[in-house]
Design a protein around this ligand. Sequence first.
Ligand code: ADP
Ligand code: MG
Length: 286
Amino acid sequence: SIPLGFFGGIGAASKRGVLVKGGNYLEALNSVKTVVMDKTGTLTEGTFKVTDVISAEGIDQEELLEIAAKAESNSNHPIAKSILEAYDGEIDNSQFSNYQEIAGHGLKVIVDDKEVLAGNHKLMEREEIEYIMPDKAGTVVHVAVSNKYLGYILISDSIKGDAKEAIKGLRELGIEQIVMLTGDNDRVAKSVADNLGLDDYRAELLPQDKVSEVEKLLTNEDDKLIFVGDGINDAPVLARADIGVAMGGLGSDAAIEAADVVLMKDKPSNLVDAINVAKFTRSVVW
Ligand code: ADP
Ligand code: MG
């Protein structure tokens, strides 16, 4: 049976915008030593903006953006939204077929009878297409049509306003290890991790790599591990962590469903509130 005090704790947490799906999670929050966080949408806003369109020799920038926008009009990824926002023209959905989203890579789709690839360097390497190496940090979408490289689009995201406060609060609560996992490239990941003073990060991960990274960090029964994420692809890793925490506003339904704790305001600093409520609840229960 669950001691009555836990119900009070769950109520106190919900007043702070933290939904805890059971007293056992409130208890486990007292023993957290490691916090693992997804980057996009968790530590960063998850709303990208196109900053540069770099076309290959002989290719028109407008043409590159148009083809990318058409291909991305099939995707719900925040990257896709930013490219569609940057493109002014009309998009007619009828000329698309064979749409494939390749996790951690990007997408492949037939547009106007031509195969379009839009994604990161791993996608280009997989498809054996030579690409230009960007000279600036940012999330990169390389574009190719019928195996011909057109260039790349550089997009940027920003770190959430309260992410620093969240990291500081977690340190003050005695969290020993804070690690970020991301499917994005190493340069972007390093800059976010350095900016926030994280202990470590792993970049260019596929969804299943996030699960194995968490497994490597799950070293000891008594020290609990939290994973915080928001995406559809995060459901398996949310389930694998001792405590899976999802962002409630931006988060996908799959992530919210798989999570044990939901941060309704999408603020990473609410994780600190959740642990504080857990500590207070324990002090009342025992
Ligand atoms: P994250 O871990 O940041 O949530 P994802 O697994 O969603 O990342 O995506 C990892 C990477 O795959 C992105 O950084 C991007 O390079 C590429 N990617 C995913 N979806 C798309 C898309 N629709 N268009 C272009 N690139 C994409
Ligand atoms: Mg994600």
